[in-house]
Design a protein around this ligand. Sequence first.
Ligand SMILES: NC(=O)c1ccc[n+]([C@@H]2O[C@H](COP(=O)([O-])OP(=O)(O)OC[C@H]3O[C@@H](n4cnc5c(N)ncnc54)[C@H](O)[C@@H]3O)[C@@H](O)[C@H]2O)c1
Length: 255
Amino acid sequence: MFDLSGKIALVTGAASGIGEAIAFKLARQGAFIYVADIDETNGQRVADDIAADGGQANFLKLDVADREACINAAETAHNEHGQLDVLVNNAGLGHVGTILEASADDLDRLYAVNVRGMFDLTKAVLPKMIERKHGVIVNMSSVGGVVAVKDRIAYCITKFAVVGFTKCIALDHAGDGIRANCICPGRVETPFVKARIDEYSDPEKAYREMAATQAIGRMGTPEEIAAAALYLASDEAAFVTGTSLMIEGGWTVGK
Ligand SMILES: NC(=O)c1ccc[n+]([C@@H]2O[C@H](COP(=O)([O-])OP(=O)(O)OC[C@H]3O[C@@H](n4cnc5c(N)ncnc54)[C@H](O)[C@@H]3O)[C@@H](O)[C@H]2O)c1
């Protein structure tokens, strides 16, 4: 079950948090992992940790907001392995603010990474996947891609776009052997969330309130999100495409 032996996977934003946990989870099921991230130090650390854990991984320096770099990353995977089976578009940026507080530049900055980067990298890897009639794409959206989250307008715009992007890829390429799904996590305790919490005047209160947003009363762990990514990446999810998998501790259950 969930066997990924012989599969080649590229995970963006894999130097930290959810992406790091996904890279580990897929590697433990036998996949070779490209740990793709803008952060060289932590990216190399994750690749080394996976190797020390008995897995196979290479660090690949990648800024997903750089179109040429996305094209080069796809070429690297194909040149080195002749195939890419799984693409996990996980890299993402956050922002706290209403429309009055967020600037158009804030929106552009988030959009370039959270949406356009996903578009460019998927566009770069898809032709070879279609040629092989096999490919899995897992995109990281958020609860904020399904319901509005207070004071997160720029973030929510980008994460709603990820849901739409995923559905379009799923519909356009189902006949090509491609599956595309996204994951919508609730709050997960990662450096990303810790940075957001530190933006509040009372971080401890913000932490308690963020934990309480989930019906379950706590934040998720990166591993709990990685489990969903593993399922979607594996053949166990062969009949699943275009879906938005809510892994959110019941955040939206009463909404
Ligand atoms: N943590 C949460 O509560 C939560 C909830 C819902 C969705 N998400 C989403 O999950 C994803 C991962 O979040 P996280 O909490 O693990 O964040 P994180 O900040 O811990 O990790 C994000 C990683 O992305 C990398 N990155 C940033 N910009 C990049 C770029 N331009 N190119 C390549 N890599 C880049 C960073 O270097 C970092 O390693 C994001 O898309 C985020 O929006 C997180």
